[in-house]
Design a protein. Structure first.
Length: 353
């Protein structure tokens, strides 16, 4: 081994070790870094427009874009979270005071079930309302124990959230100013051809924009429509259920139906036939059409991936990374396809050459 080969291998080894150490240091703020990068990519076209209007004043343009981002995205999310916590507290108090009697609702539902459903429940040891209530009470006790064991960590988690939030804003500000230069520097460091690097970076930004824009719009539309339907039909906690439906709407194909379909079934078996018909029709024709029409236009059309791959990568990403995974999953899947396409093209060129 000559001296130049030794130096090259030593450099690669040091590069790997320092890179791993750097990412280890950043581990506590990976979520903040990820969402800061995502927001910078999402708002970069608007930021370029602001720069042109402000005669390319970078600091003022970045501050303006950051303010718009706060007003359009971050503050509404905070307000929804505050209202959600308030509505959740009201619903909990009604359950505790007996204003909402779960036992009566369960009794009505249990009585209205058909005979075959009673037989099926009997096989699982749920052949009486008292047994069913005991099982639910046991689950509630276990849930209470879980909450009690984690309540001491609430203040620490809140502090971590605040720190991560300001790290995200700080990073977003500098990415808006220096993002293009940083992206160019990263591209120069990747040992691929210029055409391949451009293809991968274009695919990366396209998938992030399509996934975030499409999924958030679809989730907001389905959650809002579902919450509106629940409010009109007198379901308790419509905002709470709207947020839950919006969250579940991140999953293609299934989405909000996980919530509204059981509620429609409850209406049906408890005798509220018209409410069941209205909610079912609204869920299928309105909420469902939002997913069937908007998602392919906003998501699938841009990322050019089949629906089944979008579904699997979204669920897998959320299972591993939590809420962030609804972006990470499709991005990884799209880059996987793009890299294998580049590899196959390069391999075929070499064979033909």
């Amino acid at each position: 081994m000559n001296n130049s080969d030794l130096q090259a291998k030593t450099l690669v080894l040091l590069l790997v070790l320092v890179t791993l150490a750097f990412f280890w240091i950043l581990t506590p703020f990976l979520g903040a870094i990820f969402w800061g990068t995502v927001l910078a990519i999402m708002f970069s076209p608007f930021h370029r427009w602001v720069q042109r209007k402000l005669d390319k004043k970078p600091v003022l343009a970045a501050l303006t874009t950051l303010g718009i981002c706060l007003f359009l995205v971050i503050l509404p999310m905070i307000l929804i979270a505050v209202n959600l916590a308030s509505e959740g507290t009201v619903l909990y108090n009604k359950l505790e005071s007996g204003e909402i009697d779960v036992r009566v609702s369960l009794q009505n539902l249990f009585t209205a079930l058909p005979a075959w459903m009673h037989d099926l429940m009997a096989r699982f040891g749920l052949d009486s309302i008292s047994t069913l209530q005991a099982r639910l009470s046991q689950a509630a006790v276990q849930g209470s124990k879980f909450i009690a064991t984690n309540v001491l960590n609430f203040s620490l988690n809140a502090f971590d959230f605040i720190v991560s939030f300001f790290v995200m804003l700080y990073l977003l500000f500098f990415l808006l100013m220096d993002g293009p230069a940083l992206a160019a520097r990263i591209q120069r460091a990747i040992p691929l051809s210029t055409v391949h690097k451009k293809h991968l970076f274009d695919k990366f930004t396209t998938v992030i924009r399509a996934t975030v824009k499409g999924n958030f719009l679809v989730a907001a539309a389905q959650g809002g429509l579902g919450g509106l339907a629940f409010w009109g039909l007198g379901v308790q906690g419509p905002l709470l259920w709207a947020v839950v439906m919006a969250f579940l709407s991140l999953l293609p194909a299934v989405g909000a139906a996980i919530i509204w379909a059981p509620v429609a079934l409850y209406f049906l078996v408890t005798g509220a036939i018209w409410k069941a018909v209205i909610l079912t029709a609204f869920g299928v024709l309105v909420i469902g059409m939002v997913d069937n029409v908007l998602r392919p236009i906003l998501v699938g059309k841009d990322i050019k991936m089949p629906d089944y791959l979008v579904l699997i990568s979204t669920i897998g990403g959320m299972a591993i990374f939590g809420l962030t995974g609804f972006v990470v999953g499709p991005v990884v899947a799209a880059l996987f396809i793009a890299l294998w396409d580049l590899f196959s093209i390069q391999h075929n060129d070499q064979v033909q050459g």
